[in-house]
Design a binder for this molecule. Structure first.
Ligand code: GRF
Length: 200
């Protein structure tokens, strides 16, 4: 399966996915492009180091639809079948989502549907929850809303800050995202509306 990964920053999830693909842990697949909307994204260097083609597609004052159309064109040109959002800080237009039905994934650092949007870890701390975590889900036309593939719970400690909680959640994000993609590539997941079922 040809995979395209979209990033905006550090790219640690992108690196985890790429290494899992390159080591064969995620079988029969290839990361064919890493696309960033930001020139400054540190993940671009990590992708290049791993021999992956990188592209920067900046918004450049264009509408969301115009920007997304270029990203979709570049993905389709490379026959991408699965798009993984990995710290991509842009909300996708419905045209983008419809170009890859049930084939766009995202990782979010909370147990959805709690704490959607930006700063999910800080939202969790401020709310006072005792458990948070991370979620890998399919992307639909609403923010952080699509069907959930996998979740991992992480305890929130009394002295946690947004930074310490983020770091502990991140330790689980990489393995969770890799496992979710592995299941998609191995055609082990079935999507029934909001429910994603793993076939044994
Ligand atoms: C992660 O916390 C992810 O859950 C969120 O953005 C962050 C990206 O980190 N969507 P990285 O760029 O993968 O290191």
């Amino acid at each position: 399966m040809k995979i395209g990964i979209l990033i905006s920053g550090r790219g640690s999830n992108m690196t985890a996915i790429t290494e899992a693909v390159q080591s064969g842990l995620i079988p029969a697949s290839e990361v064919v492009a890493v696309i960033s909307d930001k020139t400054s994204a540190k993940g671009l260097i990590k992708a290049k180091e791993r021999g992956i083609e990188t592209l920067v597609i900046s918004r450049n004052g264009r509408t969301r639809e115009e920007h997304d159309a270029e990203v979709v064109t570049e993905l389709k040109k490379r026959n991408v079948e699965l798009v993984c959002l990995a710290g991509y800080m842009r909300f996708l237009s419905k045209e983008f989502v419809r170009a890859f039905p049930d084939r766009i994934t995202n990782i979010h650092p909370s147990l959805l549907p709690s704490f959607k949007g930006l700063d999910a870890q800080r939202q969790a701390i401020d709310y006072g929850v005792k458990v948070s975590g991370c979620t890998v889900h399919l992307v639909d036309e609403d923010l952080d809303h699509g069907a959930i593939i996998l979740q991992k719970a992480v305890e929130v400690l009394d002295d946690d800050t947004a930074e310490t909680l983020s770091a502990r959640i991140l330790e689980h994000e990489h393995a969770l995202y890799v496992e979710a993609i592995k299941r998609i590539v191995e055609e082990k997941i079935e999507v029934n509306g909001r429910k994603v079922v793993t076939k044994r």
